[in-house]
Ligand binder design. Structure first.
Ligand SMILES: [Zn+2]
Length: 100
């Protein structure tokens, strides 16, 4: 068992990632098979998504997981905000077009 703590890149709140021994073995296996580090999606208590890349190192004959990188997931404007923007435009037209 291991507990990894990190801070949300967006708001700084603490995110705790609990890893079982099986999880840690999976990380090691993933690295051995793919030659890259596995990335996990985590969410802080405020709902910000981040991607955490994990690695393992051997310490006193035990596998110890550690955080290689943490990246905030950014949503490209327009990717999911289109409908909201359109709604705002139609709201503006509806409310202000008569005064033009
Ligand atoms: Zn956050």
């Amino acid at each position: 068992m291991a507990e990894l703590k990190m801070r949300c890149p967006a708001c700084g709140s603490v995110i705790v990632l609990d890893l079982t021994d099986e999880d840690i073995l999976q990380i090691e296996d993933f690295i051995a098979r793919n030659g890259t580090y596995p990335t996990y999606e985590v969410m802080c208590k405020k709902g910000h998504k981040s991607l955490v890349t994990l690695a393992v190192k051997e310490k006193n004959g035990m596998l110890e997981p550690y955080i290689k990188n943490i990246a905030q997931v950014l949503v490209k404007p327009g990717a999911s905000g289109i409908s909201q923007k359109n709604n705002l435009v139609s709201w503006l037209k509806y409310h202000f077009s008569e005064e033009e």
